[in-house]
Design a protein around this ligand. Structure first.
Ligand SMILES: Cc1cc2nc3c(=O)[nH]c(=O)nc-3n(C[C@H](O)[C@H](O)[C@H](O)COP(=O)(O)OP(=O)(O)OC[C@H]3O[C@@H](n4cnc5c(N)ncnc54)[C@H](O)[C@@H]3O)c2cc1C
Length: 562
């Protein structure tokens, strides 16, 4: 070996950083190896919401929880796609991890009391509070490392300048006096940050995934944990069946780095690996509809399988409908737009196929089930006037005449009549007109008898509260009309290596592979084929890393795994 440490975590996302922090506190010498020149992975680009049932903030937020309710909920929605012991471990250990991080590190969460579980009506569900986010963080506290954090997804930046917390974003969308006051407050703060923006090239008030990663990074810096950027882990070093280190490449030089206590595969998913996607996932599929990190190439999966691990749920992703914006590298997710009134989604046959306001994972699954991928989102002038759509601010603030035609038509179709729109979409006009007429009839009755849009509290979270009785339903009647191509996109992939409750990678015979751990999107998803609530991927990624570090710490100088 060129050098040897106790514990290596591959990557620098939620899973890797949580593991590194815990491993260090248990006395290990830790090394984080990140392939890119920025740390944070998809986690830094994300909403940063973390789903932890019965978390320590829920009672104060007015939504008390109980472990037995959380377990009932998870059993109901996850079913048998995840072993029960993994669900039980998640319920008990996720709270312990939050308590630990808040006591020992710079990580600070608050519960989002109105952000409901995605299936709140299912027994054990909660109307809010299990989804948490980190409080904002001043990036300048990171010193020079502020320049190296992976930037947030562009769609989370207001006017491309500053980010919002999940709570603020929800308030802004409500379009009330409160939202206007909040916008003014945030604009003023951004103006005051002008000197810092000049120095750092971005606003220093970090929110969402950037706040989470910055807080973890600060905590690791306080501990002196080493993070090596631009270092690609290429393969595992295996000695007599035990993983004892990695081969990593940096600046064209290969290094063999030993790990006495273990190696954590925490390199994220494979959403940017087109070949893997086409091998495992439903058709049509590509890597270009993903909103996540470009370095999610499935390296962890490949290395885990080479060491004897096995993969499950490879056909699934953290699906979300996405759109493509001209000159943008990353797809944009449309989790808000799809719930708002005066819009529907249709297939190329001009038919609705699902409850558009359902959890985003279900919308894409509905798209595939109906062979409607990619689909269309269709909306009218009322929608365009009142609501944001992708990068376009609501029409009352930025009307079409102030948007360049090239840009506007680069990602949406527009026509004065539905018949003309159907022609532009190359969708049968009669079918489309019939679908809209039927939908408008249901809007008048206030009930979507076809798909139940707006029935769940979860649908209504991003509805328009000013529209009653159903904040997700509005007639599609005022021209001009618009259509947007909607893809079966994702926030990352789900399938990964089978692990036990300690994050140990299991071989085909069910025995742990000595020295090898996996967490985050490299590992089999705790949530199986579903998505319990906002934060359902980052929560398990952090807990998985945390538990793997604890298990690795028990290894005696690289022998005799716990
Ligand atoms: C726009 C957006 C919003 C989202 N919002 C949320 C949300 O609010 N809540 C939620 O729960 N989830 C959300 N997600 C999903 C979530 O971000 C991811 O599922 C999660 O962050 C994955 O964490 P991870 O630690 O597994 O991987 P990542 O955070 O992706 O980290 C993996 C790291 O490994 C590095 N890497 C890859 N290969 C190698 C290699 N060979 N050697 C070294 N390093 C390597 C990568 O560069 C990357 O930095 C969102 C995703 C997106 C894109």
């Amino acid at each position: 070996m060129d050098r040897t440490v106790d514990f290596i975590a591959i990557g620098s996302g939620a899973a890797a950083m949580s593991a590194a922090l815990r491993a260090h506190d248990l006395g290990a010498e830790v090394l984080l190896l990140e392939a890119t020149d920025r740390y944070g992975g998809s986690t830094a680009m994300s909403g940063g919401v973390c789903w932890v049932p019965n978390n320590p903030h829920m009672a104060a937020a007015g939504v008390p929880d109980r472990p037995e309710d959380a377990l009932t909920y998870l059993r109901n929605i996850v079913g048998e796609s995840t072993p029960d012991e993994i669900l039980r471990t998640y319920v008990s250990e996720s709270r312990r991890m939050v308590e630990y991080l808040e006591e020992k590190s710079a990580v600070r969460f608050e519960a989002l009391e109105k952000y409901c579980d995605y299936y709140p009506e299912v027994e054990g569900g909660r109307p809010g509070g299990r989804s948490m986010e980190c409080t904002p963080y001043d990036g300048r506290e990171l010193g020079a490392e502020f320049a190296r954090i992976r930037p947030p997804h562009p769609q989370s930046q207001v006017m491309g300048i500053f980010g919002l917390t999940a709570r603020e974003a929800h308030t802004l969308l409500s379009n009330t006096w409160r939202s206007k006051v909040l916008l003014i407050k945030r604009l003023l703060a951004a103006a005051l940050h002008l000197p810092a923006r000049k120095k750092w090239g971005r606003d220093p008030r970090l929110t969402a995934g950037n706040a989470l990663i910055a807080r973890l990074r600060r905590s690791l810096m306080d501990r002196g944990v080493e993070l090596s950027l631009s270092t690609v882990v290429q393969e595992l070093i295996i000695d007599d069946g035990r993983v004892v280190g990695v081969v990593a490449e940096r600046d064209g030089t290969k290094q063999r780095i030993g790990a006495r206590k273990g190696v954590l595969l925490s390199a994220g998913g494979f959403s940017r690996n087109k070949a893997m996607r086409q091998e495992h996932q439903p058709s049509p599929i590509t890597d270009e509809w993903s909103a996540g990190n470009l370095r999610s190439l499935g390296d962890g999966h490949r290395m885990g399988v080479a060491a004897g691990g096995r993969l499950v749920h490879m056909d699934k992703a953290w699906w979300t409908p996405t759109i493509r914006i001209p000159r943008q590298e990353l797809a944009w997710v449309i989790v808000v737009e799809k719930n708002l009134p005066h819009s529907i989604m249709v297939s190329d046959a001009g038919q609705r196929f699902t409850n558009e306001a359902a959890p985003y994972l279900d919308v894409v699954q509905g798209m595939y089930a109906a062979e409607a991928a990619p689909a269309w989102m269709l909306f009218d002038a009322s929608f365009r006037r009142n609501y944001p759509v992708g990068p376009l601010a609501p029409g009352y603030a930025v009307p079409d005449k102030r948007v360049s035609k090239k840009f506007l038509h680069g990602f949406l179709k527009k026509a004065d009549t539905l018949t003309d729109l159907a022609a532009a979409m190359e969708v049968p006009a009669q079918a489309l007109l019939g679908t809209v007429e039927r939908f408008n009839g249901m809007v008048d009755a206030g009930v979507d008898t076809d798909f139940g849009r707006g029935e769940s509290l979860s649908d209504r979270y991003y509805g328009d509260p000013r529209v009653q009785p159903n904040p997700c339903l509005g007639r599609i009647q005022t021209g001009p009309f618009y259509a947007l191509r909607v893809y079966p996109g994702d926030l990352g992939t789900k399938g990964g290596l089978v692990v036990d409750t300690h994050g140990r990678v299991l071989a085909g015979d069910g025995a742990p592979i000595p020295g090898l751990y996996a967490a985050g999107n490299c590992a089999a998803p705790v949530m199986g084929r579903t998505y319990p609530g906002a934060g359902g991927t980052i929560g398990p990624a952090m807990v998985g890393g945390f538990l793997a570090a604890e298990a690795a710490a028990e290894n005696e100088s690289g022998r005799g795994d716990a």
